[in-house]
Design a protein around this ligand. Structure first.
Ligand code: URA
Length: 475
């Protein structure tokens, strides 16, 4: 039997594999008759290279098979293409449901390969850290070095392009490199770690943030190492702090317990923030620059949407998170809910330009439905993650009154779940004077015109009351 030799490009050659599969299937060549290599190997004896792949017809596969193929081609396993072609052959020859048979040895093996690639992708998304380097044009270029286990760099590219669209960056790895200039993505050759990948201002800020959010009472070194294996530490600035934090954790817990016992019963609930005093940013601008450059907790957001308004505002409004329009424009409350809020503020005599407007969560969380990005509420964990930023922001602005628009803002500000409909009105948020009211998008969602109009009237009344409590300028 003459073997057909298919030699694909080194790494993950998805396009080459697809093309070869079309040619092989059109020519009716079974898996046993194919020899796959992926490294420019010389033609092996007994192999023929006469396959006309250009004349081949497209083939249609179940979506789950396509997804599996996209992942498994990234694996380092030399047999990956042969295994995938076996799967495709079986699917096209009467076994369309074969992926559901987990005990089938081929399916089991492919599932393990897919899992390993997905884990590698997750690690790269989570543990890659950019360092700031001066660029030739006088601007900044962000460079990251990472050592993935598999050939995943093209697979991770969309994630980083979407996340860091407005930065110039390069990601260097021993299996290839990616370069983004805010417009075009270029895939380049493997690269080594550049000299001078050291402490820069952004990384120093990130390290401080990491140390300050570390909770010694919840230290679990085994889980920590399982989630963040030691071999990634070399390229993560915060990893330098880990041994010290682990060493100091028991003493920190003891001292927290002693302070807890000595403290008065009603205290500022935001003790974590107080404990961080030594690592706080020096100005709102510093804080904003850290927020702007921090990775989003949820994938897909275009940019962090920062607070807006005078730093000496008497009244601050806190929403949930940026929506679609806010994410694109980089400003809070500019979409439909923001327009409704503007109208209500104007009717209540609250001048928007004199108020500080911000959100509990700084990145837009959504799911894609076709081309539409559908808002998803943040989880309690996500709200907690962003709470530090919010508290720091308010520390700089020091408004006389903080208005929580809806349950997410109230949760972030009060540090506990708040029932907006039962607790609306004046409130305490730790040391702050607060006020709880509904979120403007709640008004937009009310189905009935009469209900909407009465709820809107109540909202305007509450804004008026909040304005009076804050002594905010009247328009
Ligand atoms: N909804 C919010 O909570 N915040 C915005 O900025 C916009 C819509």
């Amino acid at each position: 039997m003459a073997l057909h030799h298919i030699d694909l490009a080194e790494g993950a050659d998805l396009a080459g594999f697809r093309k070869a599969v079309r040619g092989l299937v059109s020519a009716g060549i079974a898996p046993d008759e194919v020899l796959w290599t992926a490294d420019d190997a010389p033609l092996l004896s007994g192999a023929s290279a006469t396959l006309d792949v250009d004349a081949a017809l497209p083939i249609t596969l179940p979506r789950a098979v396509g997804t599996l193929v996209e992942a498994v081609v990234c694996h380092r396993e030399p047999e990956r293409y042969a295994l995938l072609y076996r799967l495709i052959w079986r699917v096209l020859h009467g076994e369309r449901e074969v992926l559901g048979f987990h005990s089938d040895p081929l399916i089991h093996r492919l599932a393990l390969l897919e899992k390993a690639v997905r884990r590698d992708l997750h690690k790269m998304h989570a543990f890659l850290r950019f360092h700031e380097f001066p660029a030739a044009d006088g601007g900044d270029r962000f460079v990251a070095f990472f050592e993935p286990d598999h050939f995943i760099i093209q697979a991770v590219a969309p994630f980083f392009v979407e996340r860091f669209q407005s930065m110039d960056w390069s990601i260097l790895t021993p299996v290839g490199s990616l370069h983004w200039d805010r417009n075009t993505l270029t895939v380049g050759p493997p690269a080594a770690m550049p000299d001078g990948m050291g402490a820069d201002a952004f990384l120093a800020g990130w390290k401080r943030y990491y140390e300050s959010t570390f909770n010694p009472a919840r230290l679990n070194p085994v889980a920590m190492r399982a989630e963040m294996p030691k071999r990634y530490w070399a390229h993560m600035p915060e990893a330098e702090s880990i041994p010290k934090m682990i060493r100091e954790a028991p003493a920190r817990v003891r001292s927290m317990i002693e302070r807890e016992a000595a403290a008065p019963i009603r205290r500022n609930p935001d003790r974590a923030v107080a404990a961080m005093a030594s690592s706080r940013p020096a100005s709102l601008e510093d804080l904003n620059s850290i927020i702007r450059r921090s990775p989003s907790l949820v994938p897909g957001a275009t940019q962090a949407v920062l607070g807006e308004g005078p730093q000496d505002a008497a009244i601050a409004f806190v929403g949930e998170q940026p929506g679609d329009q806010e994410d694109l424009q980089g400003r809070p409350f500019v979409g439909p809910a923001g327009q409704l809020l503007d109208r209500a503020m104007a009717e209540a005599g609250v001048e928007r330009g004199a108020a500080y407007m911000t959100n509990a969560v700084k990145h837009f969380k959504f799911v894609l439905r076709g081309k539409r990005r559908i808002h998803q509420s943040p989880t309690t964990g996500e709200v907690k993650h962003y709470r530090w930023w919010l508290m720091e922001e308010l520390r700089f602005v020091r408004p006389r009154l903080i208005v929580a628009l809806g349950a997410t803002a109230a949760l972030a500000l009060a540090g506990r779940k708040v029932s907006v409909l039962h607790e609306r009105g004046p409130a305490r948020f730790g040391d702050w004077n607060g006020f709880v009211t509904v979120h403007p998008s709640y008004l937009l969602r009310l189905p009935d015109e009469e209900q909407r109009s009465s709820a809107y009237g109540a909202f305007v009344d509450e804004l008026r009351r909040a304005r009076d409590l804050a002594g905010a300028p009247v328009t």
